[in-house]
Design a protein around this ligand. Structure first.
Ligand SMILES: Cc1cc2nc3c(=O)[nH]c(=O)nc-3n(C[C@H](O)[C@H](O)[C@H](O)COP(=O)(O)OP(=O)(O)OC[C@H]3O[C@@H](n4cnc5c(N)ncnc54)[C@H](O)[C@@H]3O)c2cc1C
Length: 469
């Protein structure tokens, strides 16, 4: 009987376990999870008709792996698109919400006329946008070569100038990655744009050539919340293979296999899939080879989520603008240590997330603010969020439900040079037979990538450990 250990029961580790349980019944596995619950950053709370996501609220529709998994788990009827007719995002500028122009693919407009009419940009930025298609040949000639990388800021600046970096690229990327565009790798974080530059030179021309091809909604989720994905996978696993509240404290490689030590026991496995947050993975693997220590030394940003749910009778006095929510540019103002990064108008982004007439808002702190607020009480964080939101949306009443979640060091920052570092990490990992890595530090932070990497690691581990003959 071949045995595989999976360390970490977030979406990536759980996907690995599910793949083994479903498709490799000859393998005996054990899933070790430090906390009392499976799912890691994915967690849904349901109260009074509200579906409150404590971490991610959806996945990017373009990437198929989370949807495929949901269908496999019998959840097809649960799959819902984002309400894209409400897909307006605002930016907070001098205390006011200013709508971003319609028909943008991140910072690239598909319709230059929408830019011309938008008060969002200065005349100079509008001109830079209009001229970008004319510079296609020049931009193609200077496109990144295969072995080159640069920061997102530098990439966007080459196409659209500094204002677009500050007003759109910075806030958007901070909102998704909690990161700084001046240091994030364009090749790792926005590979589709790198490809567009190589093929078309102009990004505007590239996104225009795609118009009409992607008619689906931008985001996808599950009606009852993403926690259902976790619950269904957990229910499909043989319970005797799952160990919650059992954190792995050491991993060693011996001639007889992989020795996994928890506080209570030590066991040998033929293979190990390490699906823990990157700082834990680094700690577990540095003793095996010191190169893991440097290759896994990555910065990560923290997040705090504060969800506020208002019953229909409370919501009557509120007037929330139409849209998915707003982003707050992170400036060096005195407010920085207590400034929100973003707020989602959840009941408008997805249907069925609040009872009819109810309002659900999610405020996010990220970056320096999340780090400095991490040890504040739930009460203090909720009061601060209500104060910040009231400045923008008008006075908010005391919500019926408030959920606060802290996700320290949860989003690894893919710095310039990340793809080259990953190639070295992969070469090092395969030099240890039976060792596999999955999680958000390597090839994408989104949920579909977690499913893909987890299942792929499980398949490879099962193949390599399959009995010969
Ligand atoms: C606030 C927030 C919002 C997000 N929103 C979105 C979104 O809308 N869409 C999207 O696609 N992505 C989103 N993401 C990113 C996505 O949620 C994460 O990248 C993904 O959930 C990470 O999954 P994981 O399994 O790699 O890690 P985790 O979920 O961190 O799981 C790792 C698990 O390992 C366990 N563990 C740690 N140490 C040990 C140990 N020693 N032994 C055993 N177990 C251990 C932990 O308890 C945890 O359960 C968001 C992230 C955050 C923080």
């Amino acid at each position: 009987m071949k045995r595989i250990a999976i360390i970490g029961g977030g979406l990536s580790g759980l996907s690995a376990a599910y793949e083994l349980a479903r498709n490799e019944p000859q393998i005996v596995f054990r899933l070790f999870e430090a906390s009392p619950r499976l799912g890691g950053i994915v967690e849904t709370i349901r109260e009074d008709g509200f579906v409150i996501e404590c971490g991610p609220d959806s996945w990017v529709t373009e990437k198929p792996w989370a949807r495929e998994l949901a269908v496999e788990l019998g959840l097809e009827a649960e799959i819902i698109p984002s309400n894209d007719n409400h897909r307006r995002t605002y930016l907070l500028q001098q205390g006011r919400l200013v709508a971003m122009p319609d028909s943008m693919r991140m910072m690239v407009p598909t319709n230059l006329d929408a830019i011309a009419e938008s008060p969002f940009f200065s005349e100079e930025a509008r001109l830079t946008y209009r001229r970008e298609p004319e510079r296609a040949a020049e931009l193609r000639a200077s496109a990144l070569k295969d072995d080159e990388d640069e920061s997102i800021a530098s990439f966007v600046r080459r196409h659209f100038g500094d204002e677009v970096v500050r007003t759109i690229a910075g806030p958007l990327l901070a909102g998704v990655f909690g990161g700084d565009v001046e240091s994030l790798s364009v090749r790792a974080v926005m590979p589709a744009f790198v490809k567009m530059e190589r093929e078309h030179g102009s990004l505007v021309k590239a996104v225009q050539s795609l118009a009409g091809q992607n008619e689906h909604s931008v985001f996808t989720s599950l009606r009852s919340g993403l926690g259902t994905l976790i619950d269904r996978m957990a229910a499909a696993l043989p319970q005797e293979h799952i160990r919650v509240e059992e954190d792995v404290i050491a991993v060693t490689h011996r001639s007889e296999g992989w020795r996994i030590r928890t506080r209570n026991a030590e066991k040998i496995f033929d293979a190990v899939i390490v699906a823990t947050p990157v700082d834990v993975t680094r700690r577990l693997l540095r003793g095996i080879d010191e190169r893991f220590d440097s290759l896994l030394a990555m910065d990560a940003s923290s997040a705090i989520v504060v969800a506020l749910a208002f019953l229909p009778e409370q919501a009557r006095t509120l007037s929330i603008p139409h849209g998915f929510g707003y982003l707050v540019p992170q400036t060096d103002s005195v407010e920085e240590s207590a400034q929100l990064l973003a707020c989602t108008f959840v009941d408008q982004k997805f249907p069925h997330r609040a009872p009819e007439g109810g309002i659900l808002l999610r405020g996010f702190f990220g970056g320096a603010a999340a780090t400095s607020l991490m040890h504040e009480s739930d009460e203090a964080l909720s009061a601060l969020t209500i104060e910040r939101l009231s400045e923008v949306l008008g006075t908010l009443p005391a919500p019926r439900h408030t959920i606060v979640r802290r996700w320290p060091w949860s989003l690894p920052q893919y710095a310039v040079g990340h793809p080259a570092r990953m190639a070295k990490l992969e070469a090092l990992t395969v030099s240890f037979p039976g060792l596999y890595l999955a999680g958000n530090a390597y090839y994408g932070v989104g949920l579909p990538d977690m499913v893909r990497m987890g299942r792929d690691a499980a398949r490879r581990a099962a193949q390599k450990t399959a009995p010969q003959g």
